[in-house]
Design a protein around this ligand. Structure first.
Ligand code: JFZ
Length: 565
């Protein structure tokens, strides 16, 4: 599947005021995967296939022949589809626009297409175009609207990538045939017939030649001068970068970008998938995206009958209710000057105001903020529109905020810090004196080993990734710089994968050395190494080395520090 993604990163452009305002300031959008595959919900002839449901046709899933798949249109009758309810759900969730699949890789147009009769009006008993209703419902709610369009892959149209290689008469079909007969006219249609749209979200360009992508982008520019084109158009012709992996980045990313994610583990409806992101998890991911400088687009997969899974809706509504109480944390907010999450939560910024979103409320009544250099004008604990002053002091470059013992909010509590000037921060990781601190390998400086990103599929199409230190040589070190406020003993553990028993060493450079043998497995697991001492407040380098075991398989993901008490 890797080769199908194609080149998708774009040059990072400065934002254009006329375009992409909802993207840039809204920071939160709804993605919808809905098509013929939704009817199957990952079950074919009584057998369940695990993975992303919109790929059910693929030989690595159910492997459904084209003609058989096309028959699904004859039973597509989504009587429970309610455009107004979906637009309201997005609005209540705090999202600013909706992007829905107009045609996914299956090739079925979910709108009325004149270019190809394999569409929701001409090929189904329902015979309705849901996109007019949805576009209208979005407008009525003050939301933006846009389309996903699979421009390269088309699995049912002759000549489409991964599609049939001959036409109905058995003559060979080329990509050009598909492009001219279906793709280009359909992109004309989706950009002409549904009013102003916010984004055209092209996907998986694969090896599609640039001349084709250019023509599609030209059509979007002509018909929708204010729409953005997704980075996955290919050849750097999009307006912003889409990150992959259903994950949020760990470090700040410059320029315009978005992270796409889904409410459970599949984009399209999967009957078995009840692993929903909780309201708190949704907020954690959304705020992390905004905190890293990007936009978050979160997907729902309606069922074949058009209804939205109730638990997805519930999580969206509950997290949305929180966003309504704290809109300043999300909308038009900028990236954290710490450039990464903090042990208790994350930070977003508006001018000289910092918003500290506290996900793990500290039991000790103190919140520790490392490295803030700008003078504080005021600090407040927010409770909706009300607030109470928060006492604060500073020591050794840390700011210590005094908090009540119980979090005022059930999901996430917010502290607003007004600064005397523009935020300036030393982003060095602090070892939190109260709660555990995990530092990912992404942040290590590495010598004698490799630091790289590894990606794999968990279930089919469910991508996971890790930045890891691997290919350890004898003197290799992964060194983490940390700032310590409270001297004393800390329990150090490492999260790693490997095979058999492994010996790792941890050194406070210029101080203590510890080493220990622990087990390992091919799954990343946290193993304690031992206690280590930081004798006084200040900055330390902590070096991890790999001492015994198979260095080809040893893969370090992170280091943890927890106060030993
Ligand atoms: C693509 C599609 O194949 C999939 O069905 C879904 O629509 C998803 C949103 O997009 O899958 C991708 C494409 C690119 C990456 C990951 C999954 N990527 O670049 O990491």
């Amino acid at each position: 599947m890797n080769e199908m993604w194609g080149e998708s990163t774009v040059k990072l452009r400065a934002e254009n005021a006329a375009r992409g305002q909802l993207f840039d300031e809204g920071n939160y959008a709804m993605f919808i995967h809905w098509g013929l595959y939704s009817q199957l919900g990952n079950k074919v002839d009584g057998k369940t296939y695990y993975g992303i449901g919109e790929w059910i046709m693929n030989p690595r899933m159910a492997g459904i022949p084209v003609e058989e798949y096309k028959n699904l249109a004859k039973t597509f009758n989504p009587k429970k589809f309610d455009a107004k309810a979906i637009a309201k759900l997005a609005k209540d969730a705090g999202m600013k626009y909706i992007i829905i699949t107009s045609k996914h890789h299956e090739g079925f147009a979910m709108y009325h297409s004149k270019a190809c009769d394999f569409n929701v009006v001409d090929a189904t008993p329902w015979a309705k175009d849901p996109m007019h209703e949805l576009a209208e419902a979005c407008r009525a709610e003050g939301l933006g609207f846009g389309f996903y369009y699979s421009h390269n892959q088309d699995w049912t149209f002759p000549g489409g990538n991964r599609g049939p290689t001959t036409d109905e008469k058995g003559n060979p079909a080329t990509f050009d045939d598909y492009f001219v007969k279906k793709c280009l006219p359909q992109v004309e249609e989706i950009t002409s017939n549904y009013g102003p749209i916010e984004i055209v979200w092209f996907d998986t360009p694969g090896n599609m030649p640039k001349k084709y992508v250019q023509q599609l982008v030209d059509v979007v520019r002509k018909n929708q001068p204010n729409a953005l084109v997704s980075g996955r158009a290919g050849h750097g012709l999009g307006d912003y970068q889409s990150l992959g992996d259903m994950e949020v980045p760990h470090k700040n990313v410059d320029g315009m970008w978005e992270s796409v994610d889904t409410t459970n583990d599949s984009w399209a409806y999967a009957w078995y998938d009840e692993y929903w992101k909780t309201p708190k998890e949704i907020l954690r991911r959304l705020i992390a995206c905004v905190g890293r400088g990007g936009t978050y687009m979160l997907n729902i997969g309606p069922r074949g009958d058009g209804s939205v899974p109730e638990r997805a809706a519930r999580s969206l509504e509950e997290s949305g209710a929180w966003i309504r109480r704290y809109p300043q944390v999300v909308y038009a907010a900028d990236a954290s000057p710490w450039e990464h999450a903090l042990p208790w939560g994350d930070v977003t910024v508006k001018g000289n105001r910092l918003y500290l979103s506290v996900f793990e409320w500290p039991a000790g009544g103190k919140l520790y903020l490392p490295g803030l250099k700008t003078k504080i004008a005021s600090a407040k604990l927010l409770l909706g529109e009300k607030s109470s002053a928060v006492p604060y002091e500073s020591a050794h470059g840390w700011t210590i905020l005094g908090l009540p013992p119980v979090a005022p909010e059930k999901l996430v509590s917010v502290i607003e810090i007004e600064l005397a000037g523009e935020p300036e921060v030393d982003p060095t990781f602090g070892v939190d004196p109260d709660i555990g601190t995990e530092i990912l390998a992404d942040f290590a400086s590495v010598a004698g080993a490799e630091l790289s990103q590894k990606r794999w599929m968990e279930k089919f199409g469910e991508w996971k990734s890790v930045h890891h230190v691997h290919d350890w040589t004898a003197d290799a070190k992964a060194t983490f710089e940390v700032s310590v406020l409270e001297p004393g003993d800390y329990v150090v553990s490492l999260t790693y994968a490997g095979e058999g028993r492994l010996v790792w060493g941890v050194d406070v450079v210029g101080g203590e050395h510890i080493q220990n043998q622990q087990n390992s497995s091919h799954n990343y697991q946290e193993f304690p190494i031992g206690w280590i001492n930081f004798p006084e407040p200040g900055t330390y380098a902590v070096a991890v080395s790999f001492l015994e075991g198979d260095p080809a398989l040893a893969s370090l993901k992170s280091i943890h520090f927890a106060p030993a008490r």
